[in-house]
Ligand binder design. Structure first.
Ligand SMILES: *Cc1c(COP(=O)(O)O)cnc(C)c1O
Length: 499
């Protein structure tokens, strides 16, 4: 606009927006940031894996009120290096073995920056054509890598917890006679108790989803597990029959491939038999374990999953995509859509967009309207490493776990306490002549002592009521020497722990 037309339109108001950071400043700081990231990713182990930081220290190091005026980016980045980095647990550290270890790989980091630059909101196809279509494409690539049939349609959510919530919301639509979408649950005498089943080793997100859907914590019935900590299918059958006899309406079963505590694998094919016979929705939680299925020799972990109604796996967990990126697949997208689609006038799509084929608007498959462009990082990670490169990394992780487990097994004072099919080893110090209570105390002390070195981080769980230490390999930079160090530190700590 010329100054003249501007003056006419705005009554003399100048044409200068306060605007963004100067483009040349951005370039300079951008280079500095990338340099910092490159150094950081070259050696994240330069920092202690867990921060040596007191509770409240990060907050106390920063002003309690926002800056009134602009601050130079140099000062902001200096505080990032001085306060934020040392106050962070180093999840990208090769010796981070706690929970499920993850990786924000380099291509994923670049993709996050590019996604922020585009800043598209993938609520409608027309609001983000490339993001919508890339999401469909990348999830179809991943589906092929996992060996799932073509009928599985994928959508990206933030987390497995959301994915499971959405899957169970779709499961509720299997009971149209109950009119839950329209009439809800509250104040109704004509709706029976509804039940969702999962094993006692299932992730807490299953119960949280059921709570959120208004079915109550008692809407979940947990099923006993067998020696391998996998769901006991006859116990499931008995529970369903018992519930039906008591007037409770079974709705869905959540099977887990790779439980959080011990990476146990529920017998999905046999659970699918039950679900088909009983007309129950089968959701598979493969948040962690699904990634292993990209290996031909591990594809069996998803056996039976082709019969599931839905399945979740997290590329942010074990496929080197930075948080957050969860892939939710379903063979019944129409039920997922029925659970969530509600289109206000301002979001209706002009017929012209649709043309001949159906337009997919991602907002119809979850509670979020606005959606980040998460497919970009999945696409960039897949292209940068290729299927072969991803397989090599997952395979190496499985081999590291196997190797570690063999050291533990070879030492008579120690034991591996769950099958090692993935990259997780559950182990404990179990010297002869020591009672179970004391063994728990010993292992807790070993864990604390090993973690206190700042060199490695391990977490724990309880299996059959006993404390066990977990070594979860998942970082793209983890090598044999890192795993060997855990074993050396653990044995050293066990010597100290002995009284
Ligand atoms: C990690 C995990 C989850 C939760 O994943 P989020 O993406 O953090 O919600 C769910 N189920 C299993 C089996 C997991 O291992």
């Amino acid at each position: 606009m010329s100054d003249e037309s501007d003056a006419r339109a705005g009554g003399g108001m100048p044409n200068h927006a306060p605007g963004d950071v100067d483009a040349e400043d951005f370039r300079r700081h951008g280079h500095a940031v990338i340099d910092w990231i490159a150094e950081f990713l070259r050696d994240p182990a330069a920092y202690p894996v867990l921060p040596q930081v007191a509770l409240g220290a990060v907050r106390a190091a920063l002003p309690a009120s926002p800056p009134q005026g602009p601050e130079p980016m140099d000062a902001v980045l200096a505080d990032f290096a001085r306060i934020i980095v040392p106050g962070s647990a180093q999840w990208n550290h090769p010796s981070f073995f706690g929970y499920f270890a993850i990786s924000g790989s380099a291509p994923g980091v670049l993709a996050e920056a590019l996604a922020a630059a585009l800043n598209v909101n993938a609520m409608l196809w027309r609001s983000a054509p490339a993001a919508t279509e890339l999401e469909q494409l990348t999830l179809d690539w991943l589906r092929q890598m996992l060996g799932l049939p073509a009928g599985f349609v994928g959508t990206i959510t933030d987390t497995a917890s959301s994915s499971t919530l959405y899957a169970l919301a779709a499961a509720r639509e299997m009971a149209p006679d109950l009119r839950l979408r329209d009439d809800g649950l509250a104040g109704r005498m004509d709706v029976p108790r509804l039940r969702v089943y999962c094993s006692e080793e299932a992730h807490s997100s299953v119960t949280r989803a059921v709570m959120t859907l208004g079915l109550g914590i008692s809407g979940v019935r947990t099923i006993a597990t067998d020696d391998a900590l996998a769901m006991d299918v006859s116990a499931l059958e008995r529970a369903v029959a018992e519930d039906r006899a008591a007037g409770v309406r079974p709705l869905a079963v959540v099977a887990t491939v790779g439980t959080t505590s011990s990476a146990a694998i529920d017998p999905v094919a046999r659970i699918a038999d039950v679900c088909e016979r009983e007309n129950l929705w089968l959701h598979v939680d493969a948040a962690y374990g699904g990634a292993a299925a990209i290996l031909p020799e591990k594809r069996w972990v998803l056996d039976g999953c082709e019969r599931a109604d839905s399945l979740v796996t997290n590329p942010h967990k074990w496929l080197f995509v930075p948080l957050d990126c969860s892939a939710l697949y379903t063979r019944r997208p129409e039920l997922l859509e029925r659970a969530f689609s509600l289109v206000p006038e301002y979001l209706t799509v002009p017929q012209a967009d649709a043309g001949e084929s159906e337009v997919v608007n991602l907002m119809d498959y979850g509670v979020a309207l606005g959606r980040r462009f998460r497919a970009l990082k999945l696409w960039m990670v897949m292209r940068t490493f290729g299927v072969d490169g991803l397989r090599a990394r997952i395979r190496y992780h499985c081999e590291l776990a196997r190797e570690f487990a063999s050291w533990v097994e070879a030492d008579s004072g120690w034991e591996v306490v769950a099958p090692v099919e993935f990259s997780l080893v559950c182990f404990r110090y179990a010297p002869a002549g020591v009672g179970e209570e004391e063994r728990d105390a010993l292992n807790r002390r070993i864990l604390d002592e090993v973690n206190a070195t700042g060199e490695v981080f391990l977490s724990h769980t309880k299996l059959r009521g006993r404390l066990v230490v977990r070594l979860a390999v998942g970082n793209i930079r983890t090598e044999l020497s890192h795993v060997a160090r855990v074993w050396a530190l653990s044995r050293e700590a066990a010597k100290h722990g002995r009284v």
